[in-house]
Design a protein around this ligand. Structure first.
Ligand code: FES
Ligand code: FES
Length: 79
């Protein structure tokens, strides 16, 4: 399995909708951050689904080092 790469050392703020499903890029290789575009193929890493329970802004992890996928937990500050 290949290691995840840092897409950016900061979260991606995204407007999300209640009940909608989002596929977070865990590998860092997607060109459509913070979401999966299929670029993980061959890495052994797979995207992680997240379903919003409300309308509003969500802060998806961009560094891929979060301990609480799929959201930023501040781990990027240690990179
Ligand atoms: Fe990164 Fe799919 S492109 S998990
Ligand atoms: Fe990854 Fe904050 S952007 S923990």
């Amino acid at each position: 399995m290949s290691a995840a790469v840092v897409a950016q050392k900061a979260p991606y703020p995204v407007e999300v909708k209640a009940g909608e499903s989002y596929w977070w890029c865990a590998c860092g290789r997607s060109a459509n951050q913070p979401f999966c575009d299929g670029s993980h193929t061959g890495t052994g890493i797979t995207p992680v689904e997240w379903v919003s329970d409300k309308d509003g802004k969500a802060f998806f992890c961009g560094c891929k080092a979060t301990q609480k996928p799929t959201m930023c937990d501040g781990s990027h500050k240690a990179l």
